[in-house]
Design a protein around this ligand. Structure first.
Ligand code: TXA
Ligand code: MG
Length: 340
C-alpha cells in the first residue's frame, strides 16, 4: 500500500508560501503534485525530468503515445522550450495567456522525448490560475501536467475528484478550490499554415479567428490530437445521447418500466416522474454547462445508475467544445467505443 496522498488547502488568490515551498520541493525531487488550474486540475511533474514525467503516465495509466501539455509562467519560459516562436504565437499569447489555450510548436532539445511522446512538437500553455503560476515560479521549472484523473475518467474540477482517482498514487494535492472553466484548454497547432484546432476547449474558434481569421478545426479534430483517439471523460455507467426532449422522456419511462435505475442530464428542465431516476439539470449556456459538466457526471456516477441519458447540447458553434466532450463521454468520437 502506498501512503495516503497529502492535501494542502491554499488560498486561490494569495497562495501561502509554506504550501508552495512544500509543493516545489516535491517537484524538485521528481514527485507528483496535483494543481488547480482554471480549466481542470492538472497532475504536475518537472517537465525537464524524464523520470518524474514517467511517474505521471504510471499514476494515470496513460498510454505512452499520448503527449503532455507543458505549463509555463512566462513567455520567456515558453520560448526556451521551442525552436521557433512565430509572430502569430506572440499575438495569440498576448490575447489569451494566461488562459485556456494550448499552442503546439516545434520543441527544443530541452524537452525530453517522453513529454512529446517522441514527436517533434511540444504543447505549451500558461494557466490562468494564481496557484499554478506561483508554483511554477516557486519551483523554477516548467510543469508537464495532464488532467489529474485516471485515464478514461472525467477530468477533475475539484480537489475531491483528484483524490477519488489518485489517492495513494501521487504525492500531494494543492486544493485551490473549484476550476471555473470546467473543461480543458483548446489545443491549437501552429505547425500547419493555417493553424488548426486539434481539440476544441475553453477558447472558441470565433475568439481565435479574431486574432487570425484563417484558423480552423483540424480535418477531424476528434482524432487530430493524439489523446483524442482514446476513450475519454467517461462515466462508469453507459452514457446515451438523445436528440429531443420527447424522445428522452419516452426512453426514460421505458427503462424505468423495466426496473432500471436511470440518470438524466439535460440543459432543459424536463418533467419525468418515477422512482429510480436521478435528474441533473445543467445551465443552458455553453460556459455554464462546461463549468458543471464533469462535476455532474461524477456526481451521477456515485448514484450507480444503470444508464445515463443525456439530452444533446444545442448545435450552435459556441457549443462545439461541449458537443465534443459529450460525444467522447458517450464512447463516440474516438477509435475505442465503449462496449458496455
Ligand atoms: O486544460 C488543459 O489543457 C488541462 C490542464 C491541466 O492544463 N490539461 C489537459 O491535459 O487537458 P491532457 O493531457 O488531459 O490533454 C492534453 C491534450 C491531449 O489530447 C494530447 O494528445 C494533446 O493535448 N497534446 C499534448 N501534447 C501534444 C503535442 N505535442 N502535439 C499534439 N497534441 C498534443
Ligand atoms: Mg485529460
Amino acid at each position: 500500500m502506498q501512503p495516503e496522498t497529502e492535501v494542502l488547502t491554499v488560498s486561490r488568490d494569495h497562495p501561502e508560501a509554506a504550501a508552495l515551498q512544500r509543493a516545489a520541493a516535491i517537484l524538485q525531487e521528481g514527485g507528483l503534485v496535483a494543481i488547480p488550474t482554471e480549466t481542470v486540475y492538472g497532475l504536475g511533474a518537472n517537465a525537464l525530468n524524464p523520470q518524474a514525467v514517467a511517474r505521471i503516465f504510471q499514476a494515470k495509466g496513460r498510454p505512452a503515445d499520448n503527449p503532455l501539455i507543458v505549463h509555463v509562467d512566462s513567455l520567456e519560459m515558453a520560448r526556451s522550450l521551442v525552436t521557433d516562436w512565430p509572430e502569430l504565437a506572440g499575438r495569440l499569447a498576448a490575447a489569451f495567456w494566461p488562459g485556456p489555450l494550448t499552442l503546439v510548436l516545434p520543441r527544443s532539445e530541452r524537452v525530453p522525448d517522453i513529454v512529446t511522446a517522441g514527436g517533434p512538437a511540444v504543447a505549451l500553455r500558461m494557466p490562468a490560475h494564481p496557484v499554478a503560476l506561483a508554483l511554477i515560479s516557486a519551483a523554477g521549472m516548467p510543469l508537464a501536467a495532464p488532467s489529474a484523473n485516471r485515464s478514461t475518467r472525467p477530468s477533475p474540477t475539484d480537489a475531491a475528484h483528484v483524490l477519488a482517482d489518485m489517492n495513494g498514487r501521487i504525492d500531494l494535492v494543492l486544493d485551490g478550490g473549484s476550476a471555473t472553466v470546467g473543461i480543458e484548454s483548446t489545443v491549437l497547432s501552429l505547425l500547419t499554415d493555417p493553424p488548426l484546432i486539434l481539440r476544441p476547449g475553453g477558447i472558441s474558434l470565433d475568439q481565435l479567428r479574431e486574432i487570425d481569421p484563417r484558423i480552423d478545426y483540424g480535418a477531424d479534430h476528434g482524432k487530430a490530437s493524439p489523446g483524442t483517439r482514446y476513450r475519454h471523460y467517461a462515466p462508469k455507467a453507459p452514457l446515451r445521447r438523445i436528440a429531443e426532449p420527447p424522445e428522452l422522456i419516452r426512453e426514460a419511462l421505458r427503462l424505468l418500466d423495466r426496473g432500471l435505475r436511470i440518470a438524466v442530464m439535460s440543459h432543459l428542465p424536463l418533467e419525468i416522474a418515477g422512482d429510480g431516476i436521478v435528474m441533473s439539470t445543467l445551465p443552458g449556456d455553453p460556459d455554464g454547462y462546461a463549468a458543471e459538466f464533469y462535476r455532474a457526471v461524477r456526481a451521477l456516477d456515485l448514484e450507480s445508475p444503470d444508464v445515463i441519458l443525456l439530452l444533446d447540447p444545442p448545435s450552435g458553434r459556441g457549443w462545439d467544445a461541449m458537443r465534443d466532450r459529450v460525444l467522447k463521454a458517450s464512447g463516440q468520437g474516438g477509435e475505442e467505443p465503449i462496449t458496455v
